[in-house]
Design a protein. Structure first.
Lengths: 937, 434
């Protein structure tokens, strides 16, 4: 047979160093060559950034009509019949020349450079460079380093002007806060004098800088690459689930680098996810009396979190860690050791159950657990303790039954849906890397966004239509989007969005597939923590009914909250997206028993514990959560903790609720235990363990099994693998998900449950020039991540499809009917409170990370400028905000993105000299909306 | 016109002290060519320009007619005029802008009509304060006169023109850097492909970029016909061209001469033109086409001023600036000064140009000031080779734009012709010229 002249459609055949190879049409020579096994050296090229051809390191000879010319392989595309030469003397000379040029002004202070040992400039000089420099002149000098931000320092002498950082800032983050200044040899990266580098994504510039010009303050000088160990894992700081390489040295986390996961994070991380590892290191003993004689120390009131009389060792971190089991002795905690603490917890819980029945016990939290931990805790709560009052969400989420029943969209599907209806808060504040993905999707013309939010957000400028809503308005807006015209709730200041905007939004939806909504993805979260969740839920429900073809992406943000819900940590459900009733028979068969009736959600639990009386909740088990911080209504949470007879806290970090705990059980946190996690789209990925947990802390699941043991029940799960296997067996949505798959090379990016016919995209091998630091460390013993051939990949996937559900397996959940609570009319004297989230808030992860803590802003009272004018309040003036719940004194801020008639107080930010969480001091979680008054002092 | 009987095409009006005013312009035939053009079809106007075989006067010498025909059809296209003239010793556009802005503008309006462009930009070097003022005045006058704006001279054709000042960077003369600068970005030359702004130019739209002098020729071509223009000069180099003559001549200045019919000897020695080398000294060498062109010696004096003739001899007419060096010139110092210019003006994008220019400048400075080593001579050439492989003419490049490969020619020329001078610098530990 004759040699085919051209490859299959969409491919081109060309000659590469004398070999005939095939590339994709329009593909860059640099990547086509790489896939054909020829690595072309590079600096400025980054697979996730638009090529600029600046460094000229990738020059190759391209044979064209006018003979061979040197062209950058990161700009030239492969042509049918073309000829590329990468190894000629001319190419070699050019590469030598470029490296020599790059080094003439380079300080070569490798011994004191963070990049030393993992530096593309070092590595490529070794591989391609000339032996020695012929440069005898004085080098260029700059003051070094200069701070670009609180987190990023710049050494301009080391900069090779590749423009990766500046391109990232503009192209990916959409914040051109750094750019080049000067020209020629004096070309330098600079920031604007009037515009600080405040990007939430600044750490990525450090990650992709091919030299040591950009360094991150938390990592700087803490380690040398050859001393680092690494595992692959997933960031669980929020629920996007970015893939990360976690690096440590001497049982101390030193650095997180973003792995390039095609379906999720495209190698990017947000700064919170990247740097919050400092809070995990919180237990490190740097100084203090406890280290010397081992006596307990009392942090007392000097501790920023209040008077927790626990055994926390003072550290560089302001939060520290809980490292020992403790029981209450009078008004203080004493070390107890595990057996005593567990026995005490079992005894107290057993007494409550015996006296008042299982409904008197409630388990709150779970969003910070692994899937395996969440499963073990659900089994403990629902099969052993017998209570269904379990809730991983602390009144800050949405009804689990709705979230689990809606057909799920993946992030990729969302970013390619012609229309995305976005209901909720600010994605950049809540799920930062999802913001990057959505922004890119809009800019690439793949997606149009219809935003429905209580205030303008970082995505507003990218939305095709952005609809402002006041508290309680969202169901009416959803009805209009669904094609059921009706009035918006009336307001003295008029509707927050115009009829034209609504019509425009409706037209977009109609254009994108009409009534079935089959090309619409609804991404939905919690719009505001100061209104009843039934408003958002009813809106989403309306759209689900109207658009049977639409798919849904839940934007619940806390770490592994999606895994916790999948594992049954909510009232009315059981593991594997099963309802309590639908799964009753199946789980009785597997577990022995399940709760008699649907239990209480967090708000009802706290209300019940606060009020007391017959049938009330008397024992609270807090699993990695603190209602005083996480629950929107601080007063209710405080009354509940005070009212509960028994409080058992499973905690990684000290927090105010521990003051109320009768038993404190120390738990391993992120990077300290293996397992899996599930992100917003239902993608299950592997969590790597990098550290030995501090002190006596245990992994989450072992605490559940040990407590069950004490209660006389064998959970019958003895390892993470055994739990994963049991999940696969009994949790319908996880059917066929054999945990071993994630250990395969192609399992690095995880898989979406329930398994369908979806393909896992091929996992890219690590390019040490794209993300310096991961590859080099990998070569020291971490599991390899070479790309798989596509056939092996497909075979592995084929083996993964779920077998048909077993006999008696529960049916999929049905979408519950959700009705919003009645909306009281607004009055002329009040403003309606909205509370949205900020990335840097007073959560343990942020406050426990010395580098992030200074970035937390104070709470402010934000209102529309005209509203402030009406009230005679100046921007920046101190004002008193009063609600029936309480009052706070804040600085007023004019914000044109806030609708008239609304006051925004962001959640979990401190009142200057006052409440640690100003918003939760105002919010009453038991009313539909919260009206507040604003007055000058 | 000195030496030949060719008419003055672009400098005809310059002898009037008030040549830049709209009154003088109208009195001397201003806007007559535009009125004529508007009676023709756009294609007819373009055909005249094509027939004229007008080579671009900005440096690359690309035929204007061909460039126009490459403009990709699109509802939005632009015409951009390059008046950034910033190369050392280049001052012909400067003169035209200050002394006859209306003529340039008339060329712009005619060209825009031929191209059916409704928005044009004139990018003027920022340091030309007077030129900018006069160019802006010309634009205002044209609006008043009905030659710009809606429905020009009741022809139905409309055009707006914006005069944009540069901000002090030579690199913004490169057409793609100029477009970036016009868009409000850093003046970084664009990466190729796309090779031609006529395909993707300003704001991503097809754009014709032409030099100021190129534009100044258009009214005459339309008034007199492309054939009349093509009859002047010789070979591919038609019409007249302005040469900025400077250096060690008795009469430095910008002269318009007929192409090909006039030689370098004429330009430098003719009493009406350069009037000979300063003080009657010997000619050491001359730069025939701007700082980036390889140098010529006395043996090249009889070369005609034609694009191909000069090209075949190993250099170029380039930006039209001719710099004469007499026997007192230090060639090392001359090469250093030119290299320093490029080092300062490199935009800094490409490694070879950013780093190489500064390195070469430092080596030359060291030699000139007595710190030279013999191995520096090979080093100079090898560094040049890493910027422009082979260091031959026309140059190859490892860079994005032609500025990088503009650095080696003066060094290679100086070193090639005057190696002994370099060696004397090295041996004597300094410059023999003092
Ligand atoms: C570094 C550099 C500087 C340049 N400076 C100028 C200039 O000042 N004026 C100019 O007209 N062309 C300049 N050019 C050439 C322009 O890129 C472009 O070729 C020219 O404006 C096209 O006009 P023309 O076809 O009418 O000659 C420069 C080119 C380079 C690479
Ligand atoms: S700081 Fe780093 S990433 Fe930014 S341009 Fe310089 S070398 Fe490139
Ligand atoms: S976006 Fe979320 S998952 Fe990703 S790095 Fe940030 S906190 Fe971690
Ligand atoms: S060759 Fe020089 S001036 Fe041109 S783009 Fe490169 S660095 Fe800039
Ligand atoms: S020019 Fe291609 S990698 Fe820098």
């Amino acid at each position: 047979m004759a040699e085919p002249q051209a490859g299959p459609p969409g491919t081109v055949t060309f000659t590469l160093d004398g070999r005939r190879v095939t590339g994709r049409e329009g593909e860059l020579v640099i990547s086509a060559a790489e896939r054909a096994g020829v690595y072309i050296p590079r600096f400025c090229y980054h697979p996730r950034l638009a090529p600029v051809g600046m460094c000229r390191m990738c020059l190759v000879e391209v044979v064209g009509p006018r003979g061979a010319t040197l062209q950058p392989a990161c700009i030239a595309t492969v042509e049918e019949g073309g000829e590329i030469v990468t190894d000629s003397p001319k190419v070699k000379k050019a590469q030598d020349g470029i490296l020599e040029f790059l080094l003439i002004n380079h300080p070569l202070d490798c011994p004191v450079c963070d990049k030393g040992g993992e530096c593309p400039l070092q590595d490529q000089t070794l591989a391609y460079g000339p032996g020695e420099s012929r440069f005898v002149e004085e080098k260029r000098h700059f003051a070094k380093p200069i701070a670009l931000s609180e987190l990023v320092l710049l050494d301009r002498e080391r900069c090779i002007q590749c423009g990766r950082c500046t391109r990232f800032a503009e192209e990916v983050a959409g914040e051109a806060q750094i750019d080049f200044a000067g020209r020629g040899e004096r070309l330098e990266v600079a920031m604007f004098p009037t515009r600080p580098f405040t990007s939430y994504f600044s750490g990525n510039t450090v990650q992709i800088c091919p030299v040591g010009a950009l360094t991150a303050t938390p990592y700087r000088f803490t380690a040398r690459p050859w001393d680092l160990d690494q595992v692959e894992s997933t960031c669980t700081t929020c629920a996007v689930g970015c893939r990360v390489a976690v690096q440590s040295s001497a049982n101390r986390l030193t650095r997180l680098l973003g792995l390039d996961s095609e379906p999720v994070n495209h190698s990017w991380l947000c700064d919170k996810g990247r740097f919050a590892y400092e809070a995990v290191n919180g237990d490190e003993v740097r100084a203090g009396p406890a280290a010397a004689d081992g006596r307990p120390v009392t942090l007392g009131s000097s501790h920023p979190r209040g008077a927790f009389a626990g055994e926390v060792i003072e550290t560089a971190s302001k939060v520290g860690r809980v490292t020992e089991p403790m029981v209450r002795a009078g008004d203080r905690h004493v070390r107890a050791g595990w057996s005593r603490a567990l026995a005490e917890a079992a005894r107290r819980l057993g007494e409550v159950r015996a006296a008042h029945g299982p409904e008197a016990i409630a388990v709150l939290g779970g969003g910070r657990l692994t899937n395996e931990g969440a499963y073990a805790w659900t089994k403990l709560a629902k099969a052993v303790l017998g209570t269904d009052s379990v809730d991983a969400q602390l009144g800050d989420g949405l009804p689990a039954e709705l979230v689990l029943a809606l057909p799920r969209a993946t992030i990729d599907e969302t970013c390619s849906a012609p229309v995305v209806v976005l209901i909720g808060g600010d994605v950049r504040e809540e799920l930062p890397v999802l913001f990057l993905r959505l922004r890119r999707a809009v800019l690439d013309g793949r997606t149009r966004i219809v935003e429905v939010s209580p205030r303008s957000t970082a995505l507003t400028q990218y939305a095709a239509v952005s609809l402002r809503v006041r508290p309680g308005d969202v169901p009416a807006v959803a009805r209009i989007l669904a094609g059921q015209p009706g009035p918006l709730p009336s307001h003295p200041a008029g509707p927050a969005c115009s009829p034209e905007q609504l019509a425009q939004a409706r037209a977009l939806v109609e254009a994108a597939g009409g009534e079935a909504g089959s090309s619409v993805v609804v991404a939905y979260g919690r719009s505001s923590l100061a209104e009843d969740p039934s408003f958002d839920a009813a809106a989403v429900s309306t759209l689900a009914v109207a658009w049977p073809g639409a798919r849904f992406l839940p934007l619940l943000r806390r770490g592994n909250v999606h895994g916790a819900l999948d594992m049954g940590m909510a009232p009315g459900i059981l593991p594997g997206r099963t309802s309590l009733e639908g799964g009753r028979a199946w789980f009785v068969e597997h577990w022995g028993s399940v709760p008699r009736a649907r239990g209480k959600a967090a708000t009802e639990v706290l209300q019940s514990a606060a009020e007391g009386g017959p049938g009330s909740v008397r024992a609270l088990v807090l699993v990695g959560c603190d209602p005083l911080q996480d629950f929107p209504d601080a007063a209710l949470a405080a009354r509940a903790l005070a009212g509960a007879e028994v409080v058992v806290a499973v905690a990684g970090h000290p927090s105010p609720a521990l003051d109320h705990a009768d038993v404190v059980l120390p738990v391993a946190v992120a990077h300290e235990r293996p397992g899996t996690t599930t992100n917003i789209e239902g993608r299950v990925t592997r969590l790597g363990q990098k550290l030995v947990p501090p002190g006596l802390a245990w992994p989450d699941w072992t605490i559940a099994t040990a407590l069950a043991d004490e209660l006389g029940y064998d959970l019958a799960i003895g390892s993470v693998t055994e739990i994963a296997e049991e999940i696969e067996r009994v949790a319908p949505a996880y059917r066929g998900f054999s945990p071993g798959y994630l250990d395969q090379v192609s399992g690095h990016d995880g898989l979406v449950v329930p398994l369908g016919t979806a393909d896992a995209p091929p996992v890219a091998p690590i390019d040490p020039m794209a993300t310096p630091g991961i590859g080099q460390v990998e070569q020291q013993g971490a599991p390899p991540r070479a790309g798989l051939t596509e056939t092996v990949e497909r075979e592995l996937l084929a083996a993964l499809h779920p077998e048909p559900a077993g006999e008696g397996a529960p049916a999929p959940m049905r979408r519950p009917a959700v009705e919003p609570v009645a909306l009281p009319p607004p009055d002329h004297y009040s403003l309606r409170l909205v509370s949205t989230r900020r990335l840097y808030d007073r959560s343990s992860a942020v406050v426990g990370s010395p580098s992030l803590e200074p970035l937390v802003p104070p709470a402010r009272a934000l209102a529309n400028p005209s509203e402030l004018a009406r009230l005679g309040v100046q921007d920046g003036e101190r004002v008193r905000v009063t609600s029936p719940r309480g009052q706070v004194v804040l600085e007023a801020g004019a914000d044109a993105g806030v609708p008239k008639g609304v006051l925004v107080v962001e959640f979990n930010l401190a009142e200057p000299a006052g409440a640690p969480n100003a918003a939760s001091a105002l919010i009453d979680a038991t009313v539909p909306v919260n009206d507040v008054r604003l007055e000058t002092l | 016109m000195p030496l030949t009987d060719a008419p003055r095409i672009v400098t005809a009006r310059l002898s009037y002290p008030d040549s830049y005013t709209i009154e003088r312009f109208l009195e001397t035939g201003g806007y007559q060519a535009l009125r004529k053009a508007l009676t023709m079809t756009p294609a007819e106007v373009a055909a005249e320009v094509d027939a004229a075989s007008l080579l671009g006067r900005g440096g690359a010498g690309f035929p204007a007619g061909r460039k126009w025909s490459m403009l990709k059809p699109d509802p939005v296209t632009y015409l951009v005029v390059n008046g950034d003239e910033s190369e050392p010793a280049t001052f012909k556009d400067h003169l035209l802008i200050e002394r006859d802005p209306n003529q340039i503008l008339e060329g712009v309006i005619i060209s825009a009509y031929a191209l059916q462009v409704t928005q044009a930009f004139i990018y003027v070097r920022g340091e030309f304060a007077l030129g900018l003022e006069r160019m802006e005045q010309a634009v205002n006058d044209a609006y008043h006169h009905g030659a710009l704006g809606r429905n020009i001279f009741s022809s139905g054709f409309s055009l707006d023109v914006v005069v944009h000042p540069g901000a002090g960077a030579y690199i913004c003369g490169d057409e793609t850097a100029l477009l970036e600068s016009l868009e409000g970005k850093r003046g970084f030359p664009r990466i190729k492909p796309p090779y031609y702004p006529a395909v993707i130019g300003l704001y991503g739209q097809p754009t014709v970029v032409n030099n100021v002098e190129t534009m100044a020729n258009i009214p005459w071509i339309v008034a007199n016909g492309g054939k009349a223009f093509a009859a002047l000069g010789g070979g591919r180099s038609c019409g007249t061209r302005m040469f900025a003559l400077s250096g060690h001549v008795n009469r430095p200045g910008a002269y318009e001469v007929e192409m090909v019919k006039v030689t370098f000897r004429d330009l430098i020695y003719d009493p009406q033109l350069g009037a000979g080398v300063r003080g009657g000294r010997d000619l050491l060498a001359f730069i025939p086409g701007g700082a980036s062109s390889p140098w010529f010696g006395p043996e090249h004096l009889d070369l005609p001023l034609g694009q191909d003739e000069v090209g075949q001899a190993g250099s170029m007419l380039g930006s039209g600036s001719v710099v004469v060096m007499d026997s007192t010139t230090c060639p090392v110092r001359a090469a250093w000064r030119i290299t320093r210019f490029f080092a300062r003006e490199s935009c800094g994008q490409c490694t070879p140009c950013r780093e190489g220019s500064g390195w070469l400048e430092r080596i030359l400075y060291r030699i000139e000031n007595g710190g030279g080593r013999e191995q520096d001579l090979d080093l100079l050439l090898d560094v040049c080779d890493n910027i422009s492989p082979g260091v031959h003419w026309p140059p190859e490049q490892t860079t994005i734009c032609p500025l990088g490969p503009s650095i080696p020619p003066s060094i290679a020329s100086s070193l090639g012709r005057f190696r002994d001078d370099f060696l004397v610098h090295i041996k004597d530990g300094g410059c023999p010229h003092g």
